[in-house]
Design a protein around this ligand. Sequence first.
Ligand code: PLZ
Length: 444
Amino acid sequence: MTLPRLVTEIPGPVSRRLQAERAQAVPPGFGVTLPVFVARATDSTLEDVDGNEFIDFASGIAVTSVGAANPRVRERIAAQAERFTHTCFMVTEYEGYVRVAQWLNDRVPGDHEKRTGLFTTGAEAVENAVKIARSYTGRPGVLVVDEAYHGRSLLTLGMTAKEHPYKTSFGPFPADIVRVPNANPLRGRPVAEVLAEIERIVDEHGGEAFAALVVEPIQGEGGFVVPAPGFLAGLRTIADRHGIVLVIDEIQSGLGRTGRLFASEHEDVTADLLLTAKALGAGLPLSAVTGRADIMDAVHPGGLGGTYAGNPLACEAALAVFEILEEPGVLEAVADIERTVRAALEPLRHEIGVVADVRGRGAMMAVEFADPDTLAPRADLAQRISAACHAAGVLTLTCGTHGNVIRLLPPLVIDPQILRAGLDILVGAIRTATADPTDPEGEA
Ligand code: PLZ
């Protein structure tokens, strides 16, 4: 069978009918990338209620890394559901929580003693990392990076950079958040200059102002920006110099996504606190703060928690994810995904001027569209190409502060042939859109 398989117009009649009901039941504040309703999934595809099967280059935004219907995940969740679905870990305990904590403590980089606290969403992990860092340091300030994304709760929105649609009309945001420049290799200044500027900003506030410096090792929503080499190590040095807790947000980049368990391993940088979510629960809501025991232990008993934090079904899903990630060949396959994506997209960078960059690591790859002379972002192209992919049966996502980046987040277990089929469609869509004579800004 060839994939993708399209048997109706997109969206099909059943999806359209459900869409009309949704519009009555759900406010428009919730957006949608591809308005089809999903019936079932495989390791590589999503099938909608009209029988169309899409190649999945989204993984539910880097969540279903082991596939959206992984049998091992399903079995462990089902077995746990037979036993019990919830107790609240703060009321009575269960073993799965401790096993998840132990696995993360063993695998998160750094030889020091570690502890892990579990939460529900990524934003909650970020908020709790800030709480823990404040408790440990006794300081208020939080340093964040240009183009960063850390969530949609009010503290994390204050930390997120992009104004629209995330922040528009939702302020005021919490105080004491200070933004520093990013070492974006395509658009930023040289890394030494950026680090000097950050050092200056920290000094300006007095070194004692900041509890935490929070950074994504590869920015996700911000545009899949792989920082210039030396940036993360430079931040580590600045954090050490001023006694600031370095929080590495691996919510999107972590747990095998980049071909290593953690993206920060590529730069050999050790976090004080490292955050995971998304792929951790394979779709069941679970997030974690893992870090130095002395920092984690600084919080008073009872200071951390949440009704659903570390839910037992989600912990079982995580234990299945861990088993799968440690199977021989799984992380190697992620390196193959990167090679396949680069082989398909890198030639375009030389052929087509508006293909400004092909970047990323492992199964976290992206292509950026911008004017070749001015680097002015071409969101119109990214949107048009992504829409063409959707119409042809490939679920792509866009990202970037300017919306001009197409990102690829296939399941780590995607079938290599299906990956190539999806890339063929993407490459065709890029060629068509960039050759379009109606494009006012012309080709390359
Ligand atoms: N930190 C690095 O990528 C979530 C956002 C989807 P939550 N990214 C997807 C959307 O539009 O809401 C994310 C992230 C990084 C934190 C978060 C927040 O994780 O689980 O969405 O709260």
